[in-house]
Ligand binder design. Structure first.
Ligand code: SAH
Length: 343
């Protein structure tokens, strides 16, 4: 199997290049073609000799994402891609336009093991982890296709990023490299369903990214029914990890809370949530749940959401409601990939 060159750090490329008896500057050129010019083939590296390009092709591959399907929302210009990977698997990526710039929502795995029952991502199970270069390629390919420069990344696509820890850390280091995409770590959000061991590992890295926690319930009774991960790490264990994380990194945590009618949206739930988050450096983001064909959850009505907000605010918890983007193109988690798989 050829090595995935887009996943390699500059130092790793340099080592390989020196072993091929090439000069150091060649490694700089290759790295720059890959991550600054963001080319998808060795033949586009025009200042590299043809002989060396052929040699590179024998040892390495770029494992690009190619566009299989592209949907553009007529409401808000949200773009959703279904990308094909080198092994024929499919992943989803969404590009959203905000006042401050473009945000890309990337996938971190093909499928998902976590099995949250309101989410379409895991319905067909888990296939494999994405390499760092495949996560980068989602951004590079979308940017090239749309002729834009992305300023923000959210790891909120298909997959559980903390279940693919090493590749995700490698991706974060490449995407923030000043000799590449050069994103600010502060413009990156990583979302987890609550893999506590991964939260502690991430804490040790002391990154300035925003950690989002898909909480979705204030207690074990509700959370264990909707999110199997809660049976391994329950609400108290998760919230303890979150407190430790904010103390260690001084970064505010964002709690995602999908409002599901009759499941987790009562005033009692709001009060319980407020009491558990009291005093934590955090923010709650309410998401009206998206309906998924295979599931029969419905979203809470506006009145319910407003009542929930009032209670959280009364307890001085920061709260916002997520804007719905791309609602006409099924822009949320796993829905497009599902569509193709079931055809
Ligand atoms: N596995 C990670 C990354 C996925 S992020 C995580 O769970 O955080 C995707 C976000 O969308 C998560 O907060 C997830 O819980 C949420 N989500 C999944 N299905 C949804 C649905 N049908 N409606 C609203 N939000 C949903």
């Amino acid at each position: 199997m050829l090595k995935d060159i887009r996943s390699m750090s500059y130092d790793e490329i340099l080592k390989e290049i020196l072993e091929m008896n090439e000069k150091k500057f060649v490694a700089n050129q290759i790295y720059s073609w890959l991550h600054k010019h963001q080319v998808s083939s060795f033949d586009e590296m025009t200042n590299i000799s043809k002989t060396l390009r052929e040699k590179l092709k024998k040892n390495f591959n770029t494992f690009n994402c190619t566009i299989e399907k592209k949907l553009v929302s007529v409401y808000d210009d949200t773009v959703k891609y279904l990308f094909k990977l080198h092994d024929g698997e499919f992943i989803e990526t969404v590009v959203m336009k905000y006042k401050y710039g473009y945000t890309v929502c990337v996938s971190s795995q093909v499928g998902c093991k976590m099995g949250c029952n309101f989410c379409a991502s895991g319905i067909a199970g888990f296939i494999r982890n994405l390499e760092a270069g495949e996560i980068l390629s989602q951004i590079y390919t979308a940017q090239k296709d749309l002729g834009i420069k992305v300023s923000h990344v959210v790891m909120m696509g298909v997959g559980e990023p903390l279940d693919n820890f090493d590749n995700v850390i490698r991706f974060l280091s490449l995407v923030t490299d000043e000799n590449g995409q050069n994103l600010s770590m502060r413009n990156i959000s990583l979302s987890t369903c609550g893999v506590v061991s991964g939260i502690y590992k991430l804490m040790e890295k002391k990154l300035q990214l925003t950690l989002s926690i898909s909480l979705h319930a204030p207690n074990d009774e509700i959370r264990s029914k909707t999110m199997p991960v809660n049976k391994k790490w329950n609400v108290d264990t998760l919230l303890k990890a979150c407190r430790d994380y904010t103390k260690e990194t001084s970064r505010r945590i964002s709690f995602e809370y999908a409002m599901i009618s009759g499941v987790n949206d009562s005033d009692e739930c709001a009060k319980e949530l407020a009491s558990k988050l009291k005093g934590m450096l955090c923010h709650v983001n309410l998401i009206p749940v998206n309906s998924v064909k295979e599931r029969d959850y419905t979203r809470s009505n506006d009145q319910r959401i407003q009542s929930f907000i009032r209670i959280l605010e009364k307890y001085s918890i920061n709260v916002t409601v997520r804007r719905t983007l791309g609602s006409d193109i099924n822009a949320s988690c796993g829905q497009l990939r599902r569509g193709v798989k079931s055809e």
